[in-house]
Design a protein around this ligand. Structure first.
Ligand code: HEM
Length: 260
């Protein structure tokens, strides 16, 4: 009977984690820290939920996957919406504490990279940005070598009677998802013949669109906050970020749209 709200949720520990570095304190640094920490918590939940979807796919459990995609999609909408809060910070205000970041950048968010790997966007070169002893590096290596959500989706399709091509079944899972003609044919067939599966495919498309929307909104926020300055992570900034736009994680679902 010793449980309390604060003990269960570790509130005191949580509230001790926001530590602005500017001296004298710059007002907006608190917002900057809180919003990044909140993002990392949502990334944690997304990883947790996407792992469940992988299991649902391999178990052939359509309705469990649908229920979780609905949750994941709402979390993503929240992630996009939260950028509005950060956009209340002006370029002048950000400049007052930007130097405190030194070379720190969202570019180094290990959970964001984990999510990309889990979704099948495998880029081993990304791991070189993490020192071997850095927290998160081991998790990234594991994610790189694991079957992605798309590989598990193939299990689901196979259970629905789709003949997964041999080269796809035995593929090197450290490589990124590639569009595949036979899978596209199967998806068109499922859209036409299985209304329940088509709900799932639409939810996956929602998620894919949402992730691309987050990237787009992030670039616009970066443009309005730092213009064409280089990123603290060492990239060209907005110019680099623009190269990450309009790249789906489920390419097959986009290629077939004109046939539906
Ligand atoms: C004023 C606010 C922000 C600015 C000016 C900013 C700026 C940048 C820049 C310039 C990059 C490119 C890498 C670099 O050279 O640093 C980047 C990457 C990134 N940022 Fe932000 N960012 C902001 C807020 C956020 C927030 C709130 C998040 C949420 C976690 C975030 C997550 C990321 C991620 C995941 C990347 C890597 C994107 C990729 O490589 O595809 N950023 N950011």
């Amino acid at each position: 009977m010793d449980q309390t709200y604060a003990r269960y949720l570790k509130i005191e520990e949580l509230l001790a984690l926001q530590q602005p570095q500017s001296r004298p304190a710059e007002h907006d640094e608190t917002l900057f820290i809180v919003i990044h920490q909140v993002y990392e918590l949502w990334f944690k939940l997304l990883l947790h939920e996407l792992e469940k979807i992988k299991r649902d796919y391999s178990a052939g459990d359509l309705f469990a996957a649908i229920a979780t995609w609905k949750r994941v999609r709402m979390v993503l909408k929240t992630l996009v919406g939260q950028l509005d809060i950060l956009e209340t910070m002006t370029p002048m205000s950000f400049r007052t504490f930007r130097d405190r970041l030194e070379a720190a950048s969202g570019f180094q968010s290990a959970q964001f990279r984990e999510m990309e790997l889990l979704l099948g966007y495998k880029r081993p070169e990304m791991l070189t940005h993490y020192r071997p002893d850095e927290p998160g590096r081991g998790r990234l290596e594991r994610r790189l070598r694991e079957r992605s959500l798309v590989d598990h989706f193939d299990d689901f399709l196979a259970a629905r009677g789709v003949a997964i091509p041999a080269e796809r079944r035995t593929r090197d899972v450290t490589l990124p998802t590639e569009p595949h003609l036979e899978i596209q044919e199967a998806l068109v067939r499922l859209y036409r013949t299985s209304p329940d599966v088509s709900i799932l495919l639409e939810l996956m498309t929602d998620f894919d669109e949402g992730l691309q929307e987050w990237r787009y909104r992030h670039v616009k926020m970066v443009e309005r906050t730092i213009g064409n300055k280089q990123g603290t992570g060492g990239s060209l900034g907005a110019e680099y970020l623009r190269t990450t736009l309009f790249r789906p994680v489920f390419p097959d679902l986009w290629v077939i749209r004109n046939r539906l």
